[in-house]
Write a protein that binds this ligand. Structure first.
Ligand SMILES: [Cu+2]
Length: 480
């Protein structure tokens, strides 16, 4: 053992000993965490790829906070490019939200910045708010445990999903914007022209042609791995697992299929929902699902698959009890997976455990979501970012925002600095999930209720990175 590592080891031991004797509250208040935006090398199908990432003080991807622990983080940019990180799902003071120049500039190479705010519990994540950077995998889980999580006799397993290309993100974005052929589709038959040649997997709720995937990535990653060499997580016979799924992909909607394991969806976007039984749940980019799974007493190996909607590709990990034989899983299914983006069946079934209090809204703005593949431009109320008209509200006011999607693609709409509740689907009123990202299918309407927070400019945008990069962002402008 060298002196340096020995010293590090002793310091770590001392810290561990201290943390065991200190009351939890003191420990929580004193623990500042290091986070660095760094390059790292991952193996994708036997080929090394240099990607970016967010590593904690021990070189692990992401952060896990204990109940009551503040988000006290010192972020260092060790990359050779300026960047900035957004804490997706957290409600920080606006100055710490992590949007380039709104209001803070990006961190220059070598620069460090401190963050400090009360953490919002649940399954969240963090990522660069620069589409090219997010597509280089500059993203990681951000898990904030609740006291119930500590008390529960269940094992936490995180499933972090990405779509990955060996090509530089700028090239991928240019190819998409230039009209690359879409997965499983003949480009000449897209959009308003005929529906001949399209299967039902590409139909929206009213039977119109619908576009699901606009780029074929080189790989789909689950915790940075493909099904050639998946992560195998050891679990107990008869044990319970809390699977925390995070869709960090740039442009891919997934189904999570737990196969023979009985599941219950217990939270979305970090907020508890009334448990919804099932073995297949969908999530769009930016969204999270917490799924409780029961491992049978006889044990075995249980693949948890993430299925790319509308096509055959899949990724995932394996839960296995000690001694179970893990067999190889193909990275494509036998048939195309159904669309998740075509309807709101899952959203309609969700009920918040803690709904927003009933209040009459002060305003009900409607946001028309529009755009097209050719030219590749995506708009909110007909405008791209920069020409946008802000959605205005006063701090403390209840606002009901209706997203009306008039385009042929679904859009996962994310509001910064707030949690909203889904209160309307089509013409129906529901006491739906509390979320920060809602997926709006083509030709559909979704209404969310939100109480305007800190007086500031909060971003409101589509979490499909090529859509975001091609205009689909506005702002929720809260005044005092
Ligand atoms: Cu979009």
């Amino acid at each position: 053992m060298s002196l340096l590592t020995r010293r590090g080891f002793l310091a770590a031991s001392a810290a561990t000993a201290a943390s065991l004797t200190m009351p939890a509250l003191v420990r929580a208040q004193s623990a500042r965490m290091a986070l660095s935006a760094s390059t790292r090398t991952i193996d994708v199908r036997g080929k090394a790829a240099t990607v970016w990432g967010l590593l904690d003080g021990n070189g692990r991807s992401g952060l896990v906070l204990d109940p009551g622990q503040a988000f006290a983080v010192d972020l260092t940019n060790t990359l050779d490019a300026p960047t900035i990180i957004h804490w997706h799902g957290q409600i920080p003071p606006n100055a710490q939200d992590g949007i380039p120049d709104l209001p803070m500039p990006m961190l220059q190479p070598g620069e460090a910045r401190s963050y400090d705010f009360a953490a919002r519990p649940g399954t969240h994540w963090m990522h660069a708010h620069v589409p090219e950077h997010e597509m280089l995998l500059l993203a990681a889980p951000l898990i904030v445990r609740r006291p119930e999580d500590m008390a529960a006799d269940r094992q936490d397993v995180t499933l972090f999903l990405h779509d990955f290309s060996f090509s530089p993100p700028a090239e991928v974005l240019a190819e998409i914007a230039g009209g690359a052929p879409m997965a499983g589709m003949d480009h000449s038959q897209m959009g308003q022209e005929g529906m001949a040649g399209m299967d039902m997997g590409n139909m929206s709720m009213d039977g119109m042609a619908m576009d699901l995937n606009d780029y074929d990535f080189d790989a789909y990653l689950a915790n940075d791995r493909t099904l050639d060499d998946p992560e195998v997580v050891q679990v107990d016979r008869g044990g319970r697992v809390l699977l925390r799924v995070i869709n960090a992909a740039a442009a891919t909607v997934f189904w999570i299929d737990s196969g023979t394991l009985a599941g219950r969806l217990v939270a979305v976007d970090g907020e508890p929902v009334q448990p919804l039984p099932g073995s297949r749940f969908g999530l769009a980019m930016g969204q999270r699902l917490d799924i409780e799974l029961d491992v049978p007493g006889e044990g075995g190996a249980f693949p948890i698959l993430a299925l790319r909607e509308g096509v055959r590709e899949r990724t995932g990990l394996v839960l296995a009890t000690p001694g179970a034989r893990v067999t190889r899983i193909a990275d494509v299914s036998d048939a195309d997976h159904p669309a998740f983006s075509g309807d709101l069946a899952q959203e309609v079934a969700l009920r918040a455990v803690t709904p927003l209090p009933e209040r009459a809204p002060a305003s009900k703005p409607m946001l028309m979501l529009g755009g097209s593949m050719m030219p590749y431009v995506w708009t909110i109320n007909g405008q791209t970012w920069g020409n946008h008209v802000p959605v205005a509200a006063k701090a403390g006011e209840r606002v009901e925002i209706m997203f009306h999607n008039m385009s042929m693609m679904a859009h996962p709409m994310h509001l910064h600095g707030h949690a909203f509740q889904v209160v309307g689907v089509g013409m129906d009123r529901i006491a739906g999930a509390v979320r920060d990202t809602v997926h709006v299918p083509p030709m559909s309407m979704v209404t969310v209720a939100v109480d305007a927070g800190e007086a500031a400019r909060w971003m409101l945008h589509c979490h499909h990175m090529p859509h975001l990069a091609n205009g689909m962002m506005t702002e929720f402008a809260v005044s005092a």
